[in-house]
Design a protein around this ligand. Structure first.
Ligand code: URA
Length: 207
């Protein structure tokens, strides 16, 4: 697909991808003091959930979506009746990108180029896990899957065909919901819940 960097032979197992991402220095994020965070979940999972990149807590734990954004995601998955343990949860970018502010590591968004470079690993995971439905959380994740800039507002709430025949659904990133307040937050949580309910409905039809 457009925007995919070819890095040679594709790893044949998830364990090989896990090893390879830890050694990957194809973009500047891999040069920071961080570790790579591999996706988590059963191969053959009907649903793949894709975030942007690990945050501070994910980088420390070595697992995706364990921090505040992950907790919000868990709450909504449960409400929608989606079993996180049965899904494969991963990120479009495998390393945590940050700047130091005193002792804190502050999240920085990956560039389009960094997303497009790291896409290789996500495509490898998709080829091995073979999900029927893919849920992109936020614009970076959507770019990882589509190879182009996506608009959440315009493209959420309906399926998009991916090259392997699976279905992509796009919604907001949970960290975005956490940054909002009051009525705006309520409105976005409602839209997020509706998107997850639609995904749950598709899974019930397809699986
Ligand atoms: N945000 C993400 O996009 N992914 C994580 O794993 C955690 C926070």
């Amino acid at each position: 697909a457009a925007g995919t960097v070819d890095m040679g032979e594709r790893p044949e197992t998830l364990a090989a991808i896990d090893r390879a991402i830890h050694a990957c220095r194809k973009c500047p994020i891999g040069l920071l003091e961080n570790r790579a965070v591999m996706g988590e979940g059963p191969p053959g999972a009907p649903l793949m959930i894709v975030g942007e990149q690990p945050g501070d807590q994910e980088d420390l734990a070595g697992k995706p979506f364990v921090g505040p954004a992950g907790q919000l995601l868990d709450r909504h998955l449960e409400r929608a009746g989606i079993d996180r343990q049965a899904a494969y949860v991963t990120n479009g970018v495998k390393h945590f990108k940050f700047v130091m502010r005193g002792k804190r590591r502050l999240h920085q968004s990956p560039t389009a180029k960094e997303i497009d470079t790291c896409r290789w690993w996500l495509e490898g995971e998709r080829a091995l896990v073979k999900p029927k439905v893919v849920l992109a959380l936020g614009a970076s994740a959507a770019r990882s899957l589509l190879g182009r800039t996506a608009s959440i507002a315009r493209e959420r709430g309906r399926p998009h065909a991916l090259d392997d025949g699976s279905e992509l659904w796009i919604t907001a990133h949970p960290s975005y919901l956490l940054r909002l307040e009051g009525a705006a937050q309520e409105e976005q949580e409602r839209l997020f819940a509706a998107d997850l309910a639609a995904v749950a409905g598709r899974l019930a039809e397809l699986v």
